[in-house]
Design a protein. Sequence first.
Length: 553
Amino acid sequence: MTEHERLAALLFPDVTETVEDLEARFPARNLKEGARVTRFAPSPTGFLHIGGLFSALISKLNAATTGGVFLLRIEDTDKKREITDGVSEIIKGLGAFGIDIDEGVIGFEQETGDYGPYQQSRRAGIYHVVAKRLVEQGLAYPCFCSEETLSAIREEQEKAGTPIKGYFGKWARCRDLTFEQQRERIESGAPYTLRLRSFGSEDKRISFDDLIKGKIEMPENTQDVVLLKTDGIPTYHFAHAVDDHFMRTTHVIRGDEWISSVPLHIQLFKTCGFRVPKYAHISPVMKEENGGKRKLSKRKDPEAAVTYYAEQGYPKESVLEYLLTLANSNFEDWRRANPDAPQSDFPFNLKKMSVSGALFDLTKLTDVSKNVISRFTAEKVLADTLAWAKEYDPVLAELLGADEAFAKAIFSIDRGTAKPRKDIGKWNEVRDYAAYFYDALYENDLSALPENLTKAQCAEILSAYLAVYDPADDKDGWFARIKDLCEPLGYTPNVKEYKKNPDAFKGHVGDVSTVIRVAVTGRRNTPDLYSILQILGEQTVRARLNAAIEALS
Ligand code: GLU
């Protein structure tokens, strides 16, 4: 036995498995050529951030479009920062947007897939197998330095003005302890971390091809970083190398705050004898503020939390559609050419992602959402609105739910036509959209009557219409009746004629129908008036016309 091997046996007396055993337990995946294995690896330390959802979506698309595997790994090695329900929030958040996983954590102590456990706190045994191997090879060593010693080293480095600070080379006091010194300290029960023995050199640089940012060159890692903390729990860096190797991840897609760690990560993969995965670093989602750009902030921006979208009632399809426009700038052209294609048909390409950070804009999201909702069926609009309203607007839920056929008729107006209306951007706009269909929400507001007519003229139009109104009319018959009203009252049914000779008339047919529209709905702008009258029904229409006539006189 070499001294390294004796040290390894001393540090890991209980580890009997070997790296080869792990290789056999987690064999190379049997996937078709070009299939990518990607993962979303959040820490359960707070709510799911829209940036997290974005990167999960990108990872998912990479796997899905190549026939690969997308997995969810929970990185819960920092128990101090973990929040209650952190894991279920992540699972719920992804589920709410239909980002389904192929493998990984699916619930409390529940997972699916052959490459687990997928929760780092349950993988200690695996990390220790690899750590033991590194010690046996002289590539890792125990470090007994206390926090105070580490700060003292730092202070000395400050004084000496060394360009690189940290635990490395001659500064790494525990790097060259003799086996006897190590044994004595271990046997006396002194706490220790396990450190990488880095063979990196200050004057060497490494380069790698980031699939989003392109070629990146950085100095090699020289730090003897901590692999296992004093409690035997791995650091993010070590867990990343071990997990992504044994989960057979091919593409590591993550936030670009990790770019500066890539030299270390590449070194770790190589030191462990693992193949280095491909990296793609996503720029953070940005927000425009005072003419500048800043990162979307967990603290300042409510829209940073994915729960915001559920509360506002943005359909998941809209949020995903919008995230796709942020992901690939050619998505919108593709959508115009394929208005009805499912999102999964879009040929997503990592290389077309923004290098500088996509700008997140709620107004744009709402516009995108209006398009998405305009292509929904009335049944879906009703079902989704009801589901939303049950949680966030019980009054609306009650009204819509009381007569679903009536509600469906409201959402059917102009739907399914070549030019569907785009009035609704999120479910919290439905209350306003549908208000005049419900007496409980309707306000008899006549302020939108045409300014060019007097109250008396408006009342005159309404009385005349009331006299001829027939709910049995079809749409053409109904409009013919409105045109017929015009001339006897001094309006023209012909808009062109009015424009040619405005002084000859009180107004045109548009004014006449506007007066009726405002009297019945309280609005100047609505979907098709004939449909509205049909849905409201004779009794309500007559009651509202009468009420308006009374209010005007
Ligand atoms: N747990 C890390 C984070 O949430 C994961 C980074 C990664 O995807 O490797 O930032």
